[in-house]
Write a protein that binds this ligand. Structure first.
Ligand code: HEC
Length: 142
């Protein structure tokens, strides 16, 4: 009996001295982390757009001196089954526009002329391409 009491006392003391359990930090699975990184990239893409594209491209009509990007986004959703292919194309075209490679209807090229190349780091090109791709998905009125 004495021994048992002692054991209980030791347990009680041990419990009393125990560190509080560590706070649980939320654990994100890899899909959630990827989704967060993706939305951060889209937001960064919009910032790149403001600096490097908005002098010519509006998002929605009316246009300035180039087709609105939401229309381009919608067109690419029809043309490219795979998002990665669309992003690759967007990146290549933005950095080196090429008549032979243009995907817009000829009337756009007649109306606006060929886009000048925009020199940006690859990660900025990727971010703005990712943002352009998202435009059609976000605007259900298109
Ligand atoms: C100085 C004006 C100007 C700037 C700056 C500009 N664009 Fe353009 N862009 C145009 C014009 C004009 C066209 C239409 C002719 C063409 O397709 O080349 C065009 C067309 C495009 C197209 C359609 C290409 C096709 O034929 O499929 C995409 C995509 C595009 N721009 C993306 C961008 C992005 C992204 C940026 C910013 C990083 C940007 N543009 C900056 C003028 C501009």
């Amino acid at each position: 009996m004495i021994r048992r009491l002692t054991a209980c006392t030791i347990v009680a003391l041990a419990c009393g001295d125990a560190e509080p359990p560590p706070l649980q930090t939320p654990v994100l699975d890899s899909a959630a982390r990827a989704a967060l990184a993706d939305s951060a990239e889209i937001a960064r893409g919009q910032a790149v757009y403001q600096v490097s594209c908005s002098e010519c491209h509006t998002i929605q009509p009316p246009p300035l001196t180039a087709p609105p990007l939401a229309e381009i986004s919608r067109r690419y959703r029809e043309l490219f089954a795979d998002r990665e292919d669309a992003l690759r194309y967007l990146i290549d075209y933005t950095s080196a526009p090429d008549l032979a490679n243009a995907r817009l209807d000829q009337r756009h090229l007649d109306e606006w002329g060929l886009m000048p190349s925009v020199i940006l780091p690859e990660n900025d090109l990727h971010a703005v391409a990712r943002w352009v791709w998202e435009l059609a998905a976000r605007d259900s009125t298109l």
